[in-house]
Design a protein around this ligand. Structure first.
Ligand code: CP
Length: 302
């Protein structure tokens, strides 16, 4: 394996518990004001976001600023990708002009792996199609570690549009690797089987799936990835699978609620829950900065 490939993070699949724990430990060190002086050292990160993003893009950019890395931020619109330039040609250009690391969000499954296997600089996957979102999985794990302390013996339910969710796959793999038990839940059309690499069982009854859990992650209905004919009716979906205030009250007293966001408030999660005492949703967003600092530092380690 090349050095740049070893320093790439394109998925949770294939990572070990020790590697995940190291990334979480480094994130905690940054959260606590750990020394960042040696990381930036005049280096440049290109954040290539060929699919829309708010949290991931802004927190990677913030992570760069905190580490003293100079970020170049590029989208599909406003770049020559809109004229048909390929992803690979765009990435090669960014490499030859001097990027030290490439952060990629793309709609195609496997786009980050393809670049990591081709370029001589490390690649960090900021979400590729329905495949993986490893930095989201790490920030979910970090947030749950804050709530739980340790992962062993803990149970997490991931509820919603599992079929189209790269978060469900990456977060379930990360939490299982770290020692927790994961349950998946959603309507049969959106949660028929665990994604490849995930051991969790699929439930179709949210009350059964969330019984006795230590945390619930609610997922967004990804209408952009489904035909309008199969998109669930929002009111019926909320009744069957939404995290309403009444459902949240029935969870164990200590259970926390997460959501990768953006949220469809009033569909998969009610505002009373998203802004309520169990919610760790804005902690997740804050923790995204520490986790992405950890991933950038890993990619740029000499
Ligand atoms: N959770 C997440 O990936 O959000 P963005 O699409 O806003 O980056």
């Amino acid at each position: 394996m090349s050095d740049s490939l070893a320093r790439s993070i394109t998925g949770i699949r294939g990572t070990t518990r020790a590697q995940l724990e190291q990334l979480l430990t480094d994130a905690k060190r940054y959260a606590e004001g750990g020394d960042v002086r040696s990381v930036g050292d005049g280096r440049v990160a290109t954040l290539l976001f060929a699919e829309d993003s708010t949290r991931t893009r802004c927190s990677f950019e913030m992570a760069c600023h905190k580490l003293g890395i100079r970020p170049i931020v590029l989208g599909k619109s406003g770049s020559s990708m809109s004229k048909g330039e390929t992803l690979l040609d765009t990435a090669r250009l960014l490499e030859v002009i001097g990027s030290d690391v490439l952060v990629l969000r793309h709609s195609e499954n496997g786009a980050a792996d393809m670049l990591a296997n081709t370029l001589r600089i490390p690649v960090l996957n900021a979400g590729d199609g329905t495949n993986e979102h490893p930095t989201q999985a790490l920030l979910d794990a970090y947030t749950l570690q804050q709530a739980w302390g340790a992962f062993d013996g803990r149970t997490l339910a991931i509820v919603g549009d599992v079929l189209h969710s790269r978060v469900a796959r990456s977060t379930a793999m990360a939490l299982e690797t770290l020692g927790a038990t994961v349950r998946l839940c959603g309507p049969p059309s959106l949660c028929s089987a665990a994604p490849e690499g995930v051991k969790a069982r699929c439930y179709h009854d949210i009350e059964e799936a969330t019984e006795g859990v230590d945390a619930v992650i609610m997922l967004r209905i990804q209408r952009e990835r489904m035909a309008s004919s199969v998109s669930p009716d929002p009111d019926q979906y909320r009744t069957a699978y939404g995290m309403t205030a009444a459902r949240a009250q029935r969870l164990p007293e200590h259970a926390v609620i997460l959501h990768p966001a953006p949220m469809n408030r009033g569909v998969e999660i009610d505002s009373a829950v998203a802004d309520g005492p169990r919610s760790r949703i804005f902690d997740q967003m804050k923790n995204g900065v520490w986790v992405r600092m950890s991933c950038l530092a890993h990619a740029l380690a000499r």
